[in-house]
Write a protein that binds this ligand. Structure first.
Ligand SMILES: CC(C)(COP(=O)(O)OP(=O)(O)OC[C@H]1O[C@@H](n2cnc3c(N)ncnc32)[C@H](O)[C@@H]1OP(=O)(O)O)[C@@H](O)C(=O)NCCC(=O)NCCS
Length: 178
């Protein structure tokens, strides 16, 4: 898969991307903002995950790269529910100098366009931690809506935080493209 935008390309993860993924996931600032326990991952763990992913048709693992071909981030589409035409997305821009430049939102928009109009998905959901105001803003710009709050759903650094459940429907996205 290769989705080409004005700033980024979204393409399948390859084994050559694994070291980059390890670097991004081990960045404490990023680990604080994404799902999964904030523990150090290793090349071996991510390499095994990559191998397992090759047989896993319920998860899509993608790289966001700049047009000149520099990998800057990662998107994973999981919990793919074909009966109900929905899935959950997680993402990170790992190269932090690209934060706030519109790269993440363009990458996710390209993916949504593909999922809604070529793959017949109807709903994409995600979770955002209450303190991740940048991500919440970025997702709202795309058209995601806050659908609920998991009160104190996250325990980090000795305290509880809420988790925002956000979602976008094909009809919301189509409306925004008009
Ligand atoms: C969240 C993320 C994917 C967004 O991608 P991005 O390319 O940086 O997003 P954009 O530049 O399109 O939009 C970010 C917006 O947040 C705004 N913003 C930045 N810091 C903010 C803050 N502290 N509070 C509110 N808004 C903020 C920016 O100004 C920008 O809005 P604008 O375009 O209206 O100026 C990316 O920043 C990222 O990967 N962050 C770290 C990991 C992470 O949080 N992943 C998501 C987990 S749910």
């Amino acid at each position: 898969m290769k989705l080409i935008g004005e700033k980024v390309v979204v393409r399948n993860l390859t084994r050559a991307d694994v070291p980059m993924l390890v670097k991004w996931k081990n960045d404490p600032e990023i680990a604080d903002l994404v799902r999964g326990a904030p523990i150090n991952t290793t090349f071996e763990i991510e390499n095994r995950r990559f191998t397992r992913g090759m047989d896993d048709h319920d998860t899509l693992r993608l790289i966001i790269e700049t047009l000149p071909g520099k990998p800057i981030g990662f998107i994973s589409l999981g919990d793919i529910d074909r009966d109900n035409h929905k899935a959950e997305v997680g993402m990170l821009i790992g190269e932090k100098e690209y934060w706030d430049g519109g790269f993440g939102t363009e990458g996710l928009k390209l993916l949504l366009e593909y999922l809604f109009f070529e793959m017949d998905f109807n709903r994409i959901g995600l979770e955002v931690f209450e303190y991740n105001t940048r991500a919440k803003k970025a997702y709202q710009k795309i058209g995601f809506k806050v659908e609920g709050i998991v009160r104190q759903g996250l325990f980090r650094k000795s305290r509880y935080y809420d988790i925002f459940i956000m979602g976008i429907l094909k009809q919301d996205f189509a409306e925004l493209l008009k």
